[in-house]
Design a protein around this ligand. Sequence first.
Ligand SMILES: [Zn+2]
Ligand SMILES: [Zn+2]
Length: 334
Amino acid sequence: MPLTFQVLGQPGRDNALFVKVDTGQSQTRLLFDCGDGCPHQVGPAELREVDHLCFSHLHMDHVSGFDLFFRLNFDRTAKGNRIWVPHGSGEVIHHRLRGFMWNLVDDKQEGEWLVCEIAPEAIRTARFLPKEGFRTAYAQPELPRPNRTIIRADGFTVDAMLLDHGTPSVGYLVREADRVNVDTAKLAAKGFKPGPWLKRLRGPVAAPGETIEIGSVAYPLGVLQAELLVTTPGDSIAYLTDFRLTPATANELVPWLRGVNTVVCESQYRAADTALAAKVMHSTAEEVASMAANAAIGRLILFHFSDRYDANARREMLRDARAIFPSTTLPDGW
Ligand SMILES: [Zn+2]
Ligand SMILES: [Zn+2]
């Protein structure tokens, strides 16, 4: 599986999401939020390999597990250390980085941390150095954000949408690029032997009249690409938590999420408690299910339930959501 994930935490407690993207050439690990006990479920070996820590927002129940992640990685130089937060929140991360005594840190060490604030139309990054005990926030040139994409990597992208939780809360969407494979049965039927030419076959679309040599015979590349290549749509997963799903927000979310395979979405309250959900800027299971139905997503995974509900109440919320969007589940083991 090129895209795997694990919902972290317990029902009614802090939660997070761990996503691994495996393109065949490289693996990228993304951790969404860091609630109490959540990084512990990932384990130290995987945490040391996390490429991006993406916070929805910095309420305590999404940050309380950060120290374990930071303890394992504070002096990491093997890969970049990058944290994403909603705009206006970088200072909170700076305080977290500064919240230890750093007198014994190696002043020759070359590690760095980049804390990126996601604003509506820009990304604002500050750089911090472990050898300085993270004292100074070095402002980096602001990057424009002409669309929702914040990470454009080989084989996948990550988009971000700012949601309203009384404070900005970032919804994230990981999209694997479409996969292009060679149909080996058709290849064999044509009597072609696999070789380095397959790399060009799978590469960019043929130019008009372009040919490719196979066993010293030239073939029209465009024709072979049409005959031998199979394109499979890439996998996709969205992480949406801590936001009020108003009709206006649904209008923005539905086209963005259209056709997404998996949406992991908060379900803090049941429909009977909609007034409470509105007051504390959360969403109900039924509101979320309606959004999922309108966006025609593959499956909805409800998580981040309020601790006011017991297991029976959560099952009722699942039932209510399924009445609206049948492909709704809870995380494995809940
Ligand atoms: Zn929360
Ligand atoms: Zn919150």
